[in-house]
Design a protein around this ligand. Structure first.
Ligand code: GUN
Length: 282
């Protein structure tokens, strides 16, 4: 038997609470979203974030650019948003088609970095003093907690393409007492490594990549893949896993909606911190 971890239900609970908290504020939290180019997946994610933010009462300013916009034009825009008291969160949808991603992310004021990607926020998390934590990492942890399984003596692997994506997840798992390692699809003896893990987070971007013979029975599988098969969105886990693993967070309806919900809580959190402490943009 596989228990499906329903991210949509968890996300709706979080959004309901966020909406109630925002309704009590004098001014709405503000979120700026920068979208560069016309990548269909990015366009879809931005639309989902914008709709969810508006629904809970966040003011959203979406700024779109052609794929040829310069890095310096993006940075100038970010600096003007850093200085605006009505904008509490700034999000640059990734991947950027042609620009210098590191320079663009570094230009966001850490207090407004609701994606938690700025080096200062990444360091704060590793130093056990988290401020803004990447929503996708919060979403994955929430899904793992929803299993109600005791996490001591469990191990995890993150199978992905990017160590930077895995870093905050590994850190949150470590804090929960779960040793976690990042591996890629090219890791030697991949199946043996994944078969030894109690928790598998998969984000390689290939439909059906994670197969039954790669997984220990009763494992927790969190699918973070997004792949298109025609008009349909599917994850990286083979649909045949359902019925053979202990817990499964599927795509769609798993990590995605929860990530959006935690983005909104980060905007509110950023606003509260900025009202307490101000934002120094000197
Ligand atoms: N592209 C894919 N995932 C993300 C995310 O969590 N944040 C941003 N900004 N871009 C993404």
């Amino acid at each position: 038997m596989t228990e499906i971890l329903n991210g949509t239900v968890l996300a709706n609970n979080i959004k309901r609470k966020t909406k109630t908290r925002i309704a009590k504020l004098k001014n709405p939290p503000g979120l700026a979203v920068l979208l560069v180019g016309e990548n269909p997946a990015s366009t879809l994610y931005v639309r989902l974030k914008e709709e969810a933010a508006k629904d809970v009462g966040i003011y959203v300013e979406k700024i779109t650019y052609s794929e040829s916009v310069s890095t310096s034009e993006l940075i100038e825009k970010i600096e003007s948003l850093n200085a605006r008291p009505d904008i509490h969160g700034i999000l640059v949808q990734l991947p950027l088609p042609n620009q210098d991603t590191d320079a663009v992310i570094a230009a966001i004021h850490p207090a407004k970095d609701v994606d938690g990607f700025h080096p200062a926020n990444r360091k704060a998390l590793l130093d056990n003093a988290p401020v803004l934590v990447p929503p996708v990492a919060l979403a994955i942890m929430r899904l793992i907690q929803a299993t109600r399984r005791t996490l001591s003596h469990q191990t995890a692997v993150i199978v992905g393409n990017s160590a930077i994506f895995a870093e905050p997840i590994i850190e949150l798992l470590r804090e929960a007492g779960v040793p976690a390692t990042f591996i890629t699809r090219d890791t030697p003896a991949l199946s043996a490594v994944t078969r030894a893990a109690d928790i598998i987070v998969v984000a390689v971007g290939e439909a059906g990549f994670l197969k039954q013979d790669m997984i220990k029975e009763a494992a927790i599988v969190i699918d973070v893949g997004t792949n298109k098969i025609g008009a349909k969105t599917v994850g990286d886990a083979d649909p045949a896993l359902e019925g053979h693993v202990g817990f499964l967070s599927k795509v769609p309806g798993g990590v995605g909606p929860l990530t959006v919900a935690y983005l909104l809580t980060n905007v509110l959190k950023a606003m509260e911190a900025q009202e307490r402490e101000g934002v120094n943009t000197d």
